[in-house]
Design a protein around this ligand. Structure first.
Ligand SMILES: [Zn+2]
Ligand SMILES: [Zn+2]
Length: 173
């Protein structure tokens, strides 16, 4: 999701562009694979303010059964981007001291990928599950318990019950 904003940077404050997004993306960590939505870019006195409503398709591995699964997330971006280089003079620009936003590179390309990825990561659970009731993998026999119910744990007797039972069956003296 890369946009050349050279022209918009030359325009007056308040100028804007609106467009729809529908593209395949591949980020380094292979988290997102498709993004759709709408975005608005507005020229501000410092740079370009981006507002976007996105639907992002995410691939993850289930933390219990390790299967790949896909889900979609709805994300809102609300970020300001500061140009590293003045589009007219080609001179480097220094961001305000307290700048916490993002940057537009010297090629005047505004890239939404990183902001989208960060926003997705902030939304996703630490331990993703393919489904809330995922049974996971048996740590004894390795069976995917969503597919095959193994008996590994059915045969176990809770040790507290075992102790109680041996008490009850001890001969009275
Ligand atoms: Zn799972
Ligand atoms: Zn098992």
């Amino acid at each position: 999701m890369k946009y050349n904003v050279a022209q918009l940077l030359k325009e007056a404050i308040g100028s804007q562009r609106q467009f729809s997004i529908s593209e395949a993306v591949s980020d380094v960590e292979q988290l997102m694979d498709q993004v759709t939505g709408d975005a608005t870019f507005v020229r501000t006195h410092q740079g370009i303010w981006v507002q976007a409503d996105l639907i992002v398709r995410i691939s993850q591995d289930c933390s219990r059964c390790l299967a790949d699964f896909k889900r979609t997330l709805e994300l809102e971006l609300d970020e300001e981007y500061f140009p590293e280089v003045d589009v007219r003079t080609g001179h480097r620009l220094l961001p305000p001291d307290d700048w916490e936003g993002l940057y537009i590179g010297a090629d005047h390309i505004l890239d939404l990928d990183e902001a989208t990825r960060q926003s997705a990561l902030a939304t996703l659970p630490m331990k993703p599950l393919c489904k809330p009731e995922c049974e996971g993998i048996c740590d004894r026999c390795g069976a995917d318990r969503n597919v095959n119910d193994c008996d590994c744990y059915a045969l176990d007797i809770d040790p507290r019950w075992a102790a109680l039972r041996s008490l009850m069956t001890e001969p009275q003296t």
